[in-house]
Write a protein that binds this ligand. Structure first.
Ligand code: PXP
Length: 243
């Protein structure tokens, strides 16, 4: 099934990064979530990292209470995070690889190599009614692994695409389009995200099978100059124009 409207999930982690730089409560990611809801964003994405460097446990409930938008909780595949997800019951849980020393989520989850570790985690979340998404590189073996794990969603990592140029970027785009088609053909809803900007979002948004993009760092950066409302609206316009 080809979704007609591409959803925009806004990752608000870096509002919390700025808040935490001074240890107080400003700027509040909840206020960002409210603005995203007011300007027609389709969801809030937040990554509760092991080191709590941006979003903290108490932010999750506050975000959920403040808006009706679905919360997509990005989380490492650990028992601690599963317990937190089960307590908060987000709309979706996106399982990401997490290394303490990385600046951001640098690569995709090795769903193919970690089947036995991931299977009970995917099952617990799914059984509780949480939609499970796996953040994977756009590779056939990772899609096949997601199928074996019974994930409802895969989020295709667009970082390589975002950092490449010229023919290398065109090749990455083809890979993403092929993997979105492969996922959809096999009943998995494909999403995409990482490193997307006003300049590079449109070829991704034009991939017909994609149902959702999750975008954070660039939007929060733009918000410094033009406001979050304007940044989200502009991203939405570009996505719609590409469809
Ligand atoms: N999707 C996932 C699974 C991520 O881990 C991230 C980064 O936290 C994003 C999307 C958003 O990436 P960016 O902040 O580069 O837009």
């Amino acid at each position: 099934m080809i979704p007609s409207r591409l959803r925009l999930g806004v990752n608000i982690d870096h509002v919390a990064t700025i808040r935490n730089a001074r240890g107080g409560d400003h700027p509040d990611p909840v206020r960002a979530a409210e603005i995203v809801a007011a300007v027609g964003g389709d969801g809030i994405t937040a990554h509760l990292r092991e080191d709590r460097r941006h979003i903290r446990d108490e932010d999750l409930a506050r975000i959920q209470a403040a808006t009706n938008l679905p919360l997509n909780l990005e989380m490492a595949a650990t028992d601690e995070m599963v317990e937190i997800a089960l307590r908060h019951m987000p709309h979706a849980a996106c399982i990401v690889p997490e290394r303490r020393e990385e600046r951001t989520t640098e690569g995709g989850l090795d769903a193919a190599g970690q089947h036995n570790r991931l299977a009970p985690i995917v099952a617990r979340l799914t059984d509780a009614g949480i939609r499970v998404s796996l953040f994977i590189a756009p590779e056939p073996r990772q899609i096949e692994a997601a199928m074996r794990l019974g994930a409802q969603v895969v989020e295709l990592h667009t970082g390589e695409y975002a950092h490449a140029e010229g023919e290398a970027q065109a090749a990455e785009l083809r890979r993403l389009a092929d993997m979105a088609a492969l996922a959809a053909k096999n009943g998995i809803e494909p999403h995409a995200g990482h490193g997307l900007t006003f300049d590079n979002v449109q070829p991704i948004a034009a991939i017909p099978q994609l149902a959702e993009l999750n975008i954070g760092h660039y939007l929060i950066g733009e918000a410094i100059f033009t406001g979050l409302d304007h940044a989200v609206r502009r991203m939405r316009e570009l996505m719609d124009a590409a469809r």
